[in-house]
Design a protein around this ligand. Structure first.
Ligand code: DON
Length: 589
């Protein structure tokens, strides 16, 4: 009874206050209850009614979580209901996705978190993977000096030092309200008791069997012939999560888990050591904040290219009457393509981890710089990209993942996290049951040689020990007239930045409802290869012919992005939209 009253008291305070409160105050108030609850026997269902209902569009009065999996969104909501704030919910969702969405959710990868507090202050957390201490510039080159894609994309040598667990601990310690362990708890439950596979996941796992066998000497929890509704149990992963629950940082970067990671590395020619793991630190960084008309766009700085390129794109299109031209009109597609061509060329040359390379951030995001870059824009003709030959953008499944959260107090969190490609390096740590990333491929293995996403780079993004590889992940929060307006992000490798950009202007410029802004087909250009990639029928045949006459090359491809977005209305109501391109689902209060 006493506990219930304490919880009621704490929740009343949280819900009643409009101003953000000191994390420590509330942490103490709710601690007692939560600890008791987490030790209590599990009564909540581990596999809610299957098939799961996915909410693609959901209105909320107070709070919203949108993620790539209905169970993960439910976990986020559960934490918000217990009095956690958006940061707590984000931490719990990150862990939940590591269990229910192993293709991209992770503890063996990394990501970025953008936070906007209810009082308008903001920050970002970088928990991106790092190159191991033994990494070196030419580690993916053969004797002739050619880059060997296989080495940076698959298997043990492709793995960067994971940042996800350190990131979650940092996020909770600085900005959370609930005890960290209580945020790991729901995932232990899901890993231990299992959950039902959706049709998509069952298919995806079946499609990876050869790779799992090739890159693992042991039978992983993902081996098998899966069908919709099968329950997948991840006992070793549950034990790792339990160690994180018990010991925090040392539960992953030390002790048994670290021993298992290092043993796995040794067994397959990987180079991550105990020292790499012990040294890993997540870093708080100032966001890139750009102004576009009455909006402020708060996004991720280096080692992501996302915030800078997004800002450049907005600056480049700002002088043009795009809303008059209309959504996906020839004029709009041409302008956006030309802006993307220029911004992505800058990405290749100037962007990398700013702890190691001086990224000219301020210059790149200046409006005058955008004007100069667009000086040779020809409204009638495509500008040719440089003649440097770039590889084809591979159609690897799009397996980063994004989630957007707004809590009762109005705090907003935008997180994009990844193993890089689907199931990362395909290596599962023996005895620990989680997948390791293949993030090292995001470095430029050799100047001008395209990575998995066809992106090229040079000095700025060359491999160095402890450096972070350049990312395109663009978790973003947007204000309109200084009030919280949109929380948005997506997976999609190089296409991430354009998908975030398009979702925003679809609403802000073309006046689309959020649902259409997220669900409509998209298009993308990244300087090299010199092509507009279009998703399905993003552009009509007639328009395509016109663009081709203007000098554009156009290629159809599969899905571009899986956007999870929340729009905040002036009356405080929240609209959550989950992408139709996956099992994504919104959960709200
Ligand atoms: O950080 C990056 O930019 C990439 N590792 C993201 C990979 C990704 O989005 C995978 N999905 N296609």
């Amino acid at each position: 009874m006493k506990n219930k009253l304490t919880l009621l008291f704490a929740l009343t305070l949280i819900f009643a206050c409009n101003v953000p409160r000191q994390a420590t105050d509330i942490k103490e108030e709710v601690k007692e209850v939560i600890v008791e609850e987490t030790n209590a026997p599990d009564v909540s269902s581990t596999s809610p009614d299957f098939p799961f209902t996915t909410n693609k569009v959901l209105m909320g009065e107070k709070a919203m979580v949108v993620s790539a999996h209905p169970l993960a969104s439910e976990v986020g909501l559960e934490i918000l209901r217990k009095g956690g704030n958006a940061v707590d919910a984000a931490v719990a969702v990150q862990f939940a996705l590591a269990v229910v969405y192993p293709a991209a959710g992770n503890i063996g990868g990394g990501g970025f978190m953008v936070i906007r507090h209810a009082d308008g202050t903001n920050t970002t957390l970088d928990y991106r993977e790092k190159a191991p201490l033994a990494a070196h510039r030419d580690m993916y080159l053969d004797k002739k000096g050619d880059a060997v894609a296989e080495l940076s994309r698959r298997g043990h040598l492709a793995v960067g030092v994971p940042g996800a667990v350190a990131g979650m601990i940092q996020a909770n310690a600085q900005h959370g309200l609930l005890p960290f362990a209580s945020l790991v708890k729901p995932s232990i439950r899901l890993a231990k008791h299992g959950f039902a596979l959706t049709e998509r996941e069952a298919k995806r796992l079946n499609g990876q069997q050869e790779e799992f066998t090739k890159y693992n000497s042991h039978t992983t929890p993902y081996h098998g012939t899966w069908k919709t509704g099968d329950i997948i149990v991840q006992a070793d992963l549950a034990d790792v999560l339990q160690r994180i629950y018990d010991n925090g940082f040392d539960g992953f970067y030390g002790g048994k888990t670290a021993d298992l990671i290092v043993a796995e590395m040794k067994s397959g020619g990987g180079i991550i050591t105990h020292e790499d793991l012990k040294k890993y630190k997540a870093v708080w960084r100032e966001p890139i904040v750009s102004e576009y008309k009455e909006y402020n766009i708060i996004s991720m700085p280096p080692p992501s290219s996302g915030g800078i390129v997004l800002s450049q794109l907005l600056n480049m299109i700002e002088p043009y009457p795009v809303s008059e031209w209309g959504f996906q009109s020839t004029k709009s597609v041409h302008l956006i393509t030309e802006a993307e061509r220029r911004a992505y060329a800058d990405r290749a040359e100037h962007m990398g981890d700013s702890d190691f390379y001086e990224v000219p951030v301020n210059q790149l995001i200046e409006k005058e710089y955008a004007t100069k870059r667009m000086a040779n824009f020809d409204p009638k003709k495509a500008t040719l990209s440089s003649a440097i030959s770039a590889g084809k953008v591979l159609e690897e499944s799009e397996e980063t993942t994004h989630f957007s959260i707004v809590d009762v107090q109005g705090n907003a969190v935008s997180v994009t996290t990844t193993l890089n490609s689907g199931y990362g390096s395909k290596v599962v740590v023996k005895g620990a049951g989680f997948l390791l990333n293949n993030e090292m491929d995001d470095f430029s293995a050799k100047p001008g040689v395209p990575n998995l996403f066809g992106l090229v780079g040079g000095e700025a993004n060359a491999i160095e020990p402890e450096k972070r590889m350049l990312s395109s992940m663009t978790p973003t929060i947007i204000e309109k007239n200084n009030e919280l307006y949109m929380v948005v992000g997506t997976p999609g490798g190089s296409t991430i930045i354009t998908s975030v950009f398009q979702t925003f202007i679809n609403v802000a410029e073309y006046g689309l409802p959020l649902k259409d802004a997220v669900h409509n087909p998209r298009f993308h250009h990244q300087w090299l290869p010199d092509k507009i990639f279009i998703e399905n029928d993003a552009i009509s045949q007639e328009e395509r012919a016109t663009l081709e006459k203007m000098g554009h090359q156009i290629e159809k491809r599969g899905y571009i992005g899986r956007v999870e977005a929340i729009l905040i209305y002036p009356d405080g109501k929240l609209e959550g939209v989950a992408d139709i391109r996956g099992d994504d689902s919104a959960a709200g209060l």
